[in-house]
Write a protein of this length. Structure first.
Length: 677
């Protein structure tokens, strides 16, 4: 963010997960923004502006700083003011005014020592000043002028460290779980390590599914350790994309010339040749600096041209990912950067605790009795390989165990018999390992939402890939039952269904509106937004819906076990947080979306008023009403929406009415009446 005159700016490393700058106010010569709990003001006062303008700048800035109190604030900038209070050898009029202003605002000077912050050929000065409010100034350490770093400017970098609050209980070095460098995977080493693990004695059934799941996690971790190194939690800084050996040599020459010039100026003993030598050294420094600037500019242009050329080879490569913001520097997870109290509020809001909900009556489908479950089909190699093929086609983030999907696919070749035994035991006993029901929570920031509300974050739950293999096998059997035995899901549900998409949902609405136009009718469509839909669907609704769809008993039992005792964990400033789940389906799972469709299906298969239709994609529900006139369409849509919303609420879900939208569809010469938009 920058000021109105473009003379000062505040910059953060670009990373979606880190707190961004939230601009508070932009003035002429100053800009104030908030990041996390801290407010930062950047200031530039031109040395050519009169004293009255300088006082006006401080007056406007002071009004903002006063309003911010008592929040921690930093005021940093080039004030072009000299005072002994921040290390200058003299104090000028600007310096005295700035001193008084800082005292009035309750600000403390952070500058230490007498190292010049600005160095020119005619001399150096200390005109860049750092201020902080009293409370936060106690947390500042290691303030220094980075005189050894070449900035290609007269001004030098200033660096300081802001220590965390003691009350935050922040754990240094806390990671977000184990991770491995998949790009450095040694396939031969992985296959050898998986064979070694397979030599372990295979347990004779009956086995304890929880102990066996723990064995798989430990074995896969050892296999990954043997095949690739672990990733450091904070990766080392990488050099900029335009860096080269030539630029490195030019920078070394520039730094050397600057140091020689600075060293000569610091000499106290001078002779008659000192001025000439100093001028010569400065000219050398100026030439090397200009050469470095030119080389950097040329390198940036060349690197950009090379980047564009890669579009011909790979249109979805680095340029595409840059434009879409998919290449970002490392940053800690959002859960670690949020204030602990705000994080707790967000997690509790996204994963609410609820009492047992009584679902609406879902009468069993009339027809053939439930199939006999005495003979439970075993999990075959074919079933497992189909699930592995789906896993191999995806590139998803790993779960709490950190095991990448690619590594799991390779390791299963040796561990297949033992894994098949575990999966068969789960289906036979109606159990799902506890280890695979705990997911790692990742919060994704929604654009344009207030950072202090739960609605600003989208929760994704990362689960162990080996557990998702079992989910995929259960899901395949469930879909096969719905499609072949039934009753199947409602035909107007297009979300998370094989062979269906948003395009087909749109085409269905389009066909319906065109038919209405031919009949001389208008269509009013109302979109319904269900608040936190996936995380609030009661489990009792899913259980009763499974009975309605005549799902085999063994699948119902394992799904009940899958839903029970679920939890999410997340890295935070105090360590690892944990939140138990008592409703909803995990976003990021394989089985969760299908269970949502089954539980929500009761809303879609209900009787509707004549002329009312419903089209659904997952939880996005569109209610349409067709009538001969606009008033009639409005009346019918009102009644139809009330009917659908009532059914949604009977499932224990809530509709966010403030997010619902309405739209008219009409043919030629049938424009809606004025004031209806």
């Amino acid at each position: 963010v920058d000021d109105l005159s473009g003379s000062v700016a505040l910059i953060l490393r670009a990373a979606t997960e880190s707190p961004s700058f939230e601009c508070i106010i932009r003035g002429r010569g100053f800009v104030v923004a908030k990041t996390g709990k801290v407010v930062v003001a950047g200031v530039y006062a031109s040395p050519n502006s009169p004293l009255a303008d300088f006082e006006s700048l401080l007056g406007n800035l002071g009004i903002v700083v006063s309003r911010i109190h008592p929040r921690p604030v930093f005021v940093l900038g080039d004030f072009n003011a000299k005072s002994a209070a921040w290390g200058s050898s003299i104090t000028n009029a600007r310096g005295r005014i700035l001193e008084e202003w800082a005292i009035e605002q309750g600000l403390v000077v952070l500058n230490q020592g007498s190292v010049h912050t600005c160095v020119r050929q005619m001399g150096g000065s200390i005109v860049d000043v750092s201020f902080a409010s009293t409370a936060v100034s106690r947390r500042v350490r290691e303030w220094r002028v980075m005189a050894e770093v070449e900035t290609l400017s007269d001004h030098r970098y200033i660096r300081f460290v802001l220590s965390p609050l003691a009350s935050d209980g922040q754990v240094r070095g806390l990671g977000d779980g184990p991770r491995w460098a998949l790009k450095r995977l040694n396939k031969e080493a992985l296959l050898e390590a998986s064979i070694v693990q397979a030599w372990a004695s295979v347990p004779i059934r009956p086995i304890d599914v929880n102990e066996e799941a723990e064995w798989f996690r430990e074995a896969l971790s050892q296999i990954c350790d043997a095949a690739m190194p672990r990733v450091l939690q904070r990766p080392a800084r990488r050099q900029v994309y335009w860096w080269s050996q030539t630029i490195e040599h030019l920078r070394s020459a520039c730094v050397l010339a600057r140091r020689q010039y600075a060293r000569h100026r610091r000499r106290r003993r001078r002779n008659q040749n000192s001025a000439a030598i100093e001028a010569e050294l400065y000219e050398t420094y100026r030439v090397t600096k200009r050469a470095l600037q030119t080389a950097i500019k040329s390198a940036k242009v060349q690197a950009y041209e090379e980047l564009l050329k890669t579009l011909d080879v790979d249109p979805w490569g680095r340029p595409y990912r840059l434009v879409n913001g998919k290449l970002r520097p490392w940053a800690p997870p959002i859960t670690q950067s949020l204030d602990p109290q705000l994080l707790e509020d967000v997690v509790c809001s996204l994963f609410p605790s609820r009492l047992e909900h009584t679902p609406p009556p879902m009468a069993p489908h009339s027809g053939l009795p439930d199939a006999d479950d005495d003979d439970i089909p075993e999990v075959t190699r074919f079933d497992l390989r189909v699930a592995l093929r789906r896993l191999q086609a995806k590139n998803t983030a790993p779960g709490p165990d950190g095991i990448p999907g690619r590594a799991l696919v390779l390791a299963i070749k040796a561990l297949e018999p033992r894994l098949l035994g575990l999966f068969c035991a789960c289906l036979e006993r109606g159990q799902f390992p506890l280890l695979w029901k705990t997911g790692k929570l990742v919060l994704l920031k929604k654009v344009g939402r207030p950072v202090g509300s739960a609605s600003a974050y989208r929760p994704i739950v990362l689960l162990d890939e080996v557990g998702k293999l079992l989910e995929r096998i259960i899901s395949e059997r469930l879909v096969k039952h719905l499609e072949r035995v039934g009753p199947d899901l409602a035909d107007n549900q297009f979300g998370f269904r094989r062979g269906r998409s948003t395009v087909e949902a749109i085409m269905r609405v389009k066909a319906m509106t065109e038919e209405a136009f031919h009949r001389g009718e208008v269509v009013l469509a109302v979109s319904l937004d269900i608040a936190n839909a996936f995380n609030t669907l009661p489990w009792s609704c899913i259980r009763d819906a499974l009975v309605y769809h005549r799902v085999p008993n063994y699948l119902r039992h394992v799904i009940e076990a899958y839903l029970a005792d679920r939890a999410v964990i997340y890295p935070c400033q105090q360590g690892w947080g944990r939140r138990e789940s008592s409703c909803g389906v995990p976003q990021g799972s394989v089985l969760g979306p299908l269970l949502w469709n089954i539980g929500y299906d009761w809303v879609l298969r209900g009787l509707l008023l004549p002329g009312v239709g419903v089209t659904c994609y997952a939880d996005d529900t569109l209610v349409t009403a067709c009538r001969e006139s606009y008033p009639q369409a409005i009346m019918l849509a009102t009644a139809g929406v009330a009917q659908v919303v009532g059914r949604i609420r009977r499932l224990g879900l809530e509709v966010a009415l403030n997010k619902c939208e309405a739209m008219f569809f009409y043919g030629p010469r049938r424009a809606p009446p004025s004031g209806s938009h």
